[in-house]
Design a protein around this ligand. Structure first.
Ligand SMILES: [Zn+2]
Length: 295
């Protein structure tokens, strides 16, 4: 890698850290219904304003050893974790979307918006076991609008093969996003209904249905279906140790859906190919069946 390339990636990571710092504000303030822009950051223990040099992502936390400069109370480790995760997401997507696939900065921003929503939703879900409507409704509105602005996106996501061939690229892209929302949301809603019948208790929150709708709206129905199948594996991977340690049996599902969606973005060609292959097999069997019946 050239020096210039390396420098750009350092900048992208730093940008991710700064945006991550803002996502922290969202995670703390959205459930409390406090404005995101005003007032400036304050310590939640002593209400003293946090000066700029104590507000540098990750570094300030390390420098202050995780304690407030004024009252010495602990600062949540969630802050540097969210910042670092956002930085890594920015970097990975930059590498995958721009360097490897050669897509535009516009496409990159499209995926970044989704990932930021997912990070906010996941960390609020981890903390409070809810995914606020401020996150999901905004996502459900943003997805079709972003699809209109970035019409190529659903072509990359392979969601136009079976639906949307009207010849108008804007109509196709908008439709692909709506179909994604309904198929993704519908899948997990159905899961919740079946779970409720079998387990006789609420198996899936409606927040998960809306979050999955957001994922479908941005990624199209194919990657949403892939996300739907990857998430339970991640759930088992992280959930089993938690169940063994008996740290409560309510496991928030939002973070697993989000992580699964991120994995599906990074390996989208692989997942789209699997879905296409399965679909072709099923459709062929189906038509063979119909033909035999008719003959
Ligand atoms: Zn303080």
């Amino acid at each position: 890698m050239s020096l210039q390339g390396a420098l750009i990636q350092v900048w992208i990571f730093a940008l991710g850290l700064i945006i991550g710092s803002f996502l922290n504000v969202c995670i703390y303030r959205i459930p409390k219904k406090i404005s995101l822009l005003w007032p400036a950051s304050i310590c939640i223990h002593c209400n003293k304003r946090i000066v700029w040099y104590d507000n540098i992502p990750v570094l300030s936390y390390l420098f202050l050893k995780g304690k407030c400069r004024h009252c010495n109370n602990k600062i949540s480790v969630r802050y540097p974790i969210v910042e670092t995760i956002t930085g890594i997401v920015f970097l990975f997507l930059f590498h995958n979307i721009i360097i490897v696939n050669g897509y535009s900065l516009f496409t990159y921003s499209f995926y970044i918006i989704l990932c930021c929503l997912l990070i906010i939703g996941s960390f609020i879900d981890l903390k409070l076991r809810i995914i606020p409507n401020e996150v999901t409704y905004n996502g459900l509105i943003l997805a079709p609008i972003a699809s209109l602005l970035c019409t190529g996106i659903h072509e990359f996501n392979g969601s136009l093969k079976y639906f949307g061939n009207s010849g108008n690229q804007w109509a196709n892209s908008f439709l692909a996003s709506l179909i994604g929302i309904f198929i993704a949301g519908g899948l997990i809603f159905l899961c919740g209904v079946i779970g409720k019948i079998v387990l006789k208790k609420d198996a899936m929150g409606f927040g998960d249905v809306k979050l999955m709708g957001v994922i479908g709206g941005f990624l199209g129905w194919k990657l949403a279906v892939a996300t739907f199948f990857v998430a339970p594996f991640l759930g088992l991977l992280f959930g089993i140790p938690k169940l063994i340690l008996k740290k409560g049996h309510v496991i928030p599902y939002g973070p697993f859906l989000s992580l699964a969606a991120f994995i599906c973005i990074l390996f989208k060609d692989f997942f789209i190919k699997i879905i296409d292959n399965y679909l072709d097999v099923y459709l062929n069997v189906f038509f063979l069946f119909v033909n035999t019946l008719c003959l």
